[in-house]
Design a protein around this ligand. Structure first.
Ligand SMILES: [Zn+2]
Ligand SMILES: [Zn+2]
Length: 152
């Protein structure tokens, strides 16, 4: 399972006043979640694991402290693929990939496609472009990285 290392590590962040909450859902609606609109980073991952996990050209996702995401309904339907601190969480009924727990369990990577609401953040780069599907052409001007994002 891919584990992405990205951007700032901000554990120990002070609690903020009532952040805006974004709703998310699987395809069938059995599992819903709420996540703070406080993502630390957002990226489009073209690695083969993300392509297969989503059945798509790439996986747009956004990272946030795990404590800022809460499953609101259908928690008993969640299918956890992996270990407690490194796994993909899918709806056990429809199979939607909702989020991945990464970085020793401290962060979740929320699949932007399962958000019902629009987050403030936008993907800032394409990563793992080295394993991009040949049939897909990136047509935007975002920076591209062959592997993990490299910070300047
Ligand atoms: Zn579902
Ligand atoms: Zn990936």
């Amino acid at each position: 399972m891919a584990q992405h290392e990205d951007e700032s590590d901000r554990s120990g962040e002070p609690a903020k006043m009532a952040p805006r909450l974004l709703a998310g859902s699987c395809q069938c609606g059995a599992v819903t979640y709420a996540v703070a609109d406080e993502f630390s980073y957002a990226l489009n991952c073209h690695c083969s694991l993300c392509r297969r996990a989503t059945g798509s050209a790439f996986k747009p996702f956004a990272g946030i402290l795990r404590s800022k995401l809460r499953v609101m309904s259908g928690e008993d339907q969640l299918k956890i693929l992996g270990t407690p601190d490194l796994h993909d969480a899918r709806c056990g009924l429809c199979g939607s990939l909702l989020y991945a727990v990464v970085r020793d369990g401290d962060y979740v990577h929320v699949t932007l496609g399962t958000l019902t609401d629009t987050p403030t953040i936008r993907p800032s780069a394409h990563i793992f472009v080295g394993s991009k599907a040949d049939w897909f052409t990136i047509t935007d001007d975002l920076p591209q990285y062959n592997g993990h994002v490299v910070r300047a």
